[in-house]
Write a protein that binds this ligand. Structure first.
Ligand code: ADP
Length: 165
């Protein structure tokens, strides 16, 4: 047995963080010693929250989770992982549809940087939860309160209220 610390990064858009993402964080922390939740700054289509807002919401949620931190990053995920001395990339899987894209991404990251990706499968109850759908459904007035943490739900309502003013 080695007592080497294993640090993992969990990269994503997190626009916004959902209960599904948090489930991945909890499961990941059963496997790894340290985790950095890495919020990508690269502009995504239909972005709702700024990277700063996304980091802030996550920071509040992980405040009492030892070993877990959050920050935003620019550029290539594998370069960021190297800068942070993370040995592993963590990603979540919801369904078989995720697998094809994630497989390609993991193979590419391993080919260009030799870094391994570890996948955890979400609880069945979050298998259909996606940030994109949450943004869409919430903007049309649907109730997404069971899919995201309470604090995120109120930020979402504030944000959408502001956007429709
Ligand atoms: P990206 O734009 O990089 O896919 P996301 O924030 O959408 O960023 O997702 C980050 C990671 O979390 C991805 O591996 C994605 O498959 C995973 N993920 C997203 N939603 C869920 C969920 N409900 N359950 C498990 N994993 C999820």
């Amino acid at each position: 047995m080695t007592d080497k610390i294993v640090r993992v990064i969990f990269p994503g858009s997190f626009d916004p963080i959902t209960n599904g993402h948090l489930d991945v964080v909890h499961r990941g922390m059963r496997l790894f010693d340290e985790m950095i939740i890495a919020v990508g700054r690269s502009p995504v289509k239909n972005q709702l929250f700024t990277p700063e807002e996304r980091v802030q919401m996550i920071a509040e949620l992980i405040a009492d989770m030892p070993g877990v931190s959050v920050e935003s990053f620019d550029g290539l995920t594998v370069k960021y992982a190297a800068r942070k001395k993370a040995q592993v990339i963590l990603r979540g899987l919801r369904s078989l549809t995720d697998v094809q894209y994630e497989f390609q991404l993991a193979m590419t990251n391993r080919a260009v940087a030799g870094i391994e990706t570890v996948f955890v499968m979400t609880s069945e109850q979050y298998g259909f939860t996606s940030s994109t759908l949450i943004r869409q459904v919430a903007s049309l007035g649907g109730d997404v309160s069971r899919l995201i943490p309470k604090s995120v739900y109120s930020r979402l309502q504030q944000k959408l209220g502001k956007l429709t003013d």
